[in-house]
Design a protein. Structure first.
Length: 274
C-alpha cells in the first residue's frame, strides 16, 4: 500500500493526501460503525483504506470519487462485492434525492470520508443543503477546522461553520490524527469530527435555506455590528423593530440560538410582504 501511494502522482488541484495507517482507518470505521441495511456514502475513497473496513460491515456502500484513475483502482479491488456501488463524480454536485430514487433507497445517508482540506467547507455546506437526507456525517478535517466547528460565540474561531454545524446537527470532535500518517504529508494535523443530524435545532428554524443564506451573509463581515450587517438583508422598519442592544453587538458575539431567532424574524417579515 505505502509503495503504491508513493508511486502515485497525487494531484494538488484535488488536494490529495492519502491515509495509509491501517490502525487509524480501523479506528475511524469503528467510531462510525455502520449497521445492517444502512446506506453509507464515502466521499473520496481514494485507494480504499476506509472502504475495505466499511465493507466488512453488513451495510450498503456507495463511494463517490472524482479522480478517474482511482475509480479504476476501486473497481478492481471491490467490484466483486455485492453491496459495493461507485460513482465517478464530485460530492458537492451530488443530488442525494436523485440518488435515493435511482437506487430505490428509503433510508437517510450516513456520510464518511477523508476529504480534501482545501474544499472542506464546500463539502460540509453541500451536506447541510441536503440535511433532510443525511442521518450523520463523519469526516477527517484539518484540526483548525475542527476547532471552528465546535467554537463558542465570541471566540476567534467562531464562524459560519460553527453556527451551521451547531444549529443543524450536534458536532463532536472524536480524536486527532498526526500529519505523519498521510502520503503526501500535509502541513497540518487533522481531526475526525462527527455531526449527528438527528440531534439538532433544525425543527426550530422556519426556513433552513434562509437561515443558511443569512448566516453566510452576516459572517462574511463577522466583526461588523448587526445594524450595519443587516442593511443589505432587511428593510429599515424591520431593523428598527429589533432589540437596540442586539443591534450594537458584533456578529461574532451572537449565539446559535440568537442567530436562529433573528433568521426566523427576518423570514417571517419577508414572508408577510410577499
Amino acid at each position: 500500500m505505502i509503495d503504491k501511494l508513493k508511486a502515485f502522482q497525487a494531484r494538488k488541484s484535488l488536494g490529495q493526501n492519502f491515509l495509509f495507517d491501517q490502525n487509524i482507518a480501523r479506528k475511524i470505521v469503528a467510531a462510525f460503525e455502520p449497521d445492517a441495511g444502512e446506506w453509507v456514502l464515502e466521499i473520496g475513497p481514494g485507494f480504499g483504506i476506509l472502504t475495505q473496513y466499511l465493507l466488512s460491515y453488513p451495510c450498503n456502500y456507495i463511494g463517490i470519487e472524482i479522480d478517474e484513475r482511482l475509480v479504476e483502482e476501486l473497481k478492481q479491488k471491490f467490484s466483486g462485492q455485492p453491496n459495493f456501488h461507485l460513482i465517478h463524480g464530485d460530492f458537492r454536485s451530488l443530488d442525494l434525492a436523485r440518488l435515493q430514487a435511482e437506487k430505490e433507497i428509503s433510508a437517510k445517508f450516513r456520510i464518511v470520508g477523508n476529504i480534501p482540506y482545501h474544499i472542506t467547507s464546500s463539502i460540509i455546506f453541500a451536506a447541510f443543503r441536503q440535511y433532510a437526507l443525511v442521518q450523520d456525517m463523519l469526516l477527517m478535517v484539518q484540526r483548525e477546522v475542527a476547532e471552528r466547528i465546535t467554537a463558542r460565540p465570541g471566540s476567534k474561531n467562531y464562524s459560519i461553520l460553527s453556527v451551521l454545524s451547531q444549529a443543524m446537527s450536534t458536532p463532536r470532535v472524536l480524536f486527532h490524527v498526526s500529519k505523519k500518517v498521510f502520503i503526501p504529508q500535509p502541513d497540518v494535523a487533522s481531526s475526525v469530527v462527527h455531526w449527528d443530524f438527528s440531534h439538532s435545532r433544525i425543527d426550530s428554524i422556519r426556513s433552513p435555506e434562509f437561515f443558511i443564506a443569512m448566516v453566510k451573509k452576516l459572517f462574511s463581515q463577522r466583526r461588523k455590528t448587526l445594524r450595519n450587517s443587516l442593511k443589505q438583508l432587511a428593510d429599515p422598519e424591520d431593523i428598527a423593530r429589533l432589540d437596540p442592544v442586539s443591534l450594537r453587538k458584533r456578529i461574532e458575539a451572537f449565539s446559535v440560538e440568537e442567530m436562529i431567532e433573528l433568521a426566523n424574524f427576518l423570514f417571517e417579515q419577508q414572508k408577510a410582504k410577499a
